[in-house]
Design a protein around this ligand. Sequence first.
Ligand SMILES: Cc1ncc(COP(=O)(O)O)c(C=O)c1O
Length: 286
Amino acid sequence: MASADRVWYVNGAFVPADDAVIPVNDLAVQRGYGVFESLRTYGGRPFCFSEHLARLRRSAELVGIPLPWTEADLRMVVERTLRRNDFPESSVRILVTGGQSDGFFNPAGRPGLIVMVMPVRRNPQAYYEKGVKVTTTEMDRFLPEAKTIHYIPGMMAMQEARAVDPEVVEVLFVDRDGQVTEGITSNVFAFYGDNLVTPKEGILYGVTRQLVLDLAREHYAVQEGPLRRQAIYLADEIFITGSVKEVMPVRAVDGRAIGWGGPGERTRQLANLYTEMTTAFAQKSI
Ligand SMILES: Cc1ncc(COP(=O)(O)O)c(C=O)c1O
């Protein structure tokens, strides 16, 4: 199996990835009760580690899972898992589950903790050179500020979108007021000339989103606020962000070309600035 060489941390033990299992009475299995983080390394070191751990804590708080670990505990577990694997660059998933339950509802003990590391799987280069296709779907996400394991609406939206066009890479959620919020696993930005707009409400506050906002503020007028679905079709440039996606240009929304139908120059500039930042981080660790 491809994952035979991987070692993961599961509830106190390091195990081969193929043997990584959790009890079937864990509330993550029974009730979808769990939160997680997904990040990656540059230069072998977790990028924005503190920000991801802070968001994990916030997600756990929002859904009422008490975290018995300090930030230092979690850092140590992740770092030890990374050392056991030794990939050039890794993507890291930290999953906190509701833990075991006798009656499948009330937590009986401590939450579960799982750390998985995998070699970073870069998206196809064509996504960045040509831009990707996305669609929209009407859906209000439950508790959007928490990064929970509940992605059923997103899974369904992607299946529906790909049944029509297998090239679709992301689906953007539109809330009941007609506002675009975010993608299934990304945040979304729109350029109108030199004005950059990104939704502020009803979203997961992406770590990449914040970094991109900080970079963009030095060059553009930035507005965190409403972005209507109709307005998105008229944008000069659209891009999506995520820890592994980084800055990914969008060339079409719902089959309508955005801008000239390929990555815009401002998006390219932000993508380059983002790469400069991650490269500088990688080099610092040598
Ligand atoms: C719903 C949602 N929004 C946004 C993001 C992007 O967040 P980040 O930039 O922290 O990876 C993700 C990441 O998976 C996500 O699941």
